[in-house]
Design a protein around this ligand. Structure first.
Ligand SMILES: Nc1ncnc2c1ncn2[C@@H]1O[C@H](COP(=O)(O)OP(=O)(O)O)[C@@H](O)[C@H]1O
Ligand SMILES: [Mg+2]
Length: 370
């Protein structure tokens, strides 16, 4: 049996709601988090991320199922006896204490001998690249440095797993982006398993080895950034991560991993499909805006005739690196197309209001059934 750093096995959590109803905060979630992994739980507000994290920490107990750390079932083990530590969103340092005292605080609570505390504080501040900062005060440090002190405060207890609940949520965008890279780097160096909660898809893609995408208390898909972005397993994941066009239609036929789907307006589309489809089945075909090509009207793409459509550019937004086009196809369907402005002095490929050709290879489109 492989031993995971953290494992949730068929974990559910129900709460009594405000008017006596039952809130299914987490529903039958199974996750296996590997040792040394940067693992994120990603999903919109209320999807059960914090509750899942709190069950690992021991602040909540599962209604059903079990949490394991390094193969050991945790049962009702109280938080302070679990080999984990949590960094919360409002990680406020004690402003009247020095950095050294802030980091030492948890060890003092645990009555670790003074002589040992000093060494461990020193070592942990080195670990977060703040060597010799013991005597400083929080207000003398930048936001990013304070964040690292917060991390030091959690790492000084030598946890096997660090739990982080939207720790960058309160920071402004620029600092947040810096800290994402910083945290990821620190995690690599320290080698501790991080379980990271965020509602920000870009943040999760940037930092994580693997991501669990959650909605309504369920873990819909677990995979690395490429799995989740390139091969979403359902509409929610395709829609939540990045931007996706959905073309709704009915299956015409399936040949191996390729399916043909009839769309309104007499159009049809060829797309990748996993699993078995039945003719007539209602499905959505998902295509990313940047995976489509916009060409002048009547152009014949070299890469083949499949998925070539006549359209009209309805809207055009220049956003520097890219231009985003709204293209109307037959059958009242519209798609968003994103084209990189990689030519010097880029001009729009097709002007607003003009007829155009839209093309994408079958490999760029995916059939989703739910
Ligand atoms: N202690 C609680 N009592 C009642 N309902 C709760 C409690 N904690 C969380 N919930 C509910 O459980 C759901 C999931 O919450 P939470 O795990 O905090 O979501 P997230 O962190 O993804 O925003 C929400 O509907 C929330 O209102
Ligand atoms: Mg939360």
């Amino acid at each position: 049996m492989t031993e995971f750093a953290v494992e949730l096995r068929n974990v559910s959590k129900r709460f009594p709601g405000p008017s006596g109803e039952i809130v299914n905060a987490v529903r039958n979630v199974t996750m296996q988090i590997r040792d040394g992994e940067f693992f994120s739980m990603l999903g919109p507000s209320g999807c059960g991320k914090t509750t899942s994290l709190r069950m690992i920490a021991g602040f909540e107990l599962p209604t059903e199922g079990e949490v394991y750390i390094h193969g050991k079932a945790l049962g009702q083990t109280p938080p302070f006896q679990r080999p984990v530590n949590t960094v919360f969103q409002n990680y406020a340092l004690f402003p009247h204490m020095t950095i050294g005292e802030n980091v030492a605080f948890g060890l003092e609570m645990k009555r670790v001998p003074k002589t040992e505390i000093e060494g461990r504080v020193k070592q942990t501040l080195e670990m977060v690249r703040l060597p010799g900062y013991e005597k400083r005060r929080p207000r003398q440090m930048s936001g990013g440095q304070q964040q690292r002190v917060a991390l030091a405060r959690a790492l000084v207890n030598h946890p096997e797993v660090l739990l982080l609940d939207e720790p960058l949520g309160a920071l402004d965008l620029k600092l947040r982006k810096e800290m994402q890279l910083e945290l990821k780097k620190l995690q690599r160096e320290v080698g501790i398993t991080f379980v990271y909660v965020t509602h920000d898809q870009e943040e999760a893609l940037t930092m994580s080895d693997r991501i669990a995408v959650m909605s309504g208390g369920v873990a819909l898909q677990i995979g690395n950034s490429t799995d989740i972005y390139e091969r979403p397993n359902c509409k929610f994941v395709a829609d939540f991560i990045g931007e996706t066009n959905f073309l709704n239609g009915k299956v015409k036929e399936q040949r191996g991993s390729l399916a043909e789907v009839d769309l309104p307006g007499g159009l049809s589309v060829q797309a990748q499909s996993e699993g078995t489809l039945t003719p007539g089945q209602a499905v959505s075909v998902a295509i990313r805006p940047e995976k489509m090509r916009l060409l002048p009207a009547g152009a014949r793409p070299a890469s083949g005739e499949a998925n070539r459509y006549a359209g009209r550019v309805e809207s055009l937004v220049y956003i520097g690196t890219d231009t985003q086009y709204g293209v109307r196809l037959a059958g009242e369907q519209s798609v968003r197309v994103r084209q990189q402005n990689n030519a010097p002095g880029s001009r729009p490929l097709v002007a607003e209001g003009e007829a155009a050709t839209l093309h994408f290879p079958p490999e760029a489109a995916r059939v989703l059934t739910e």
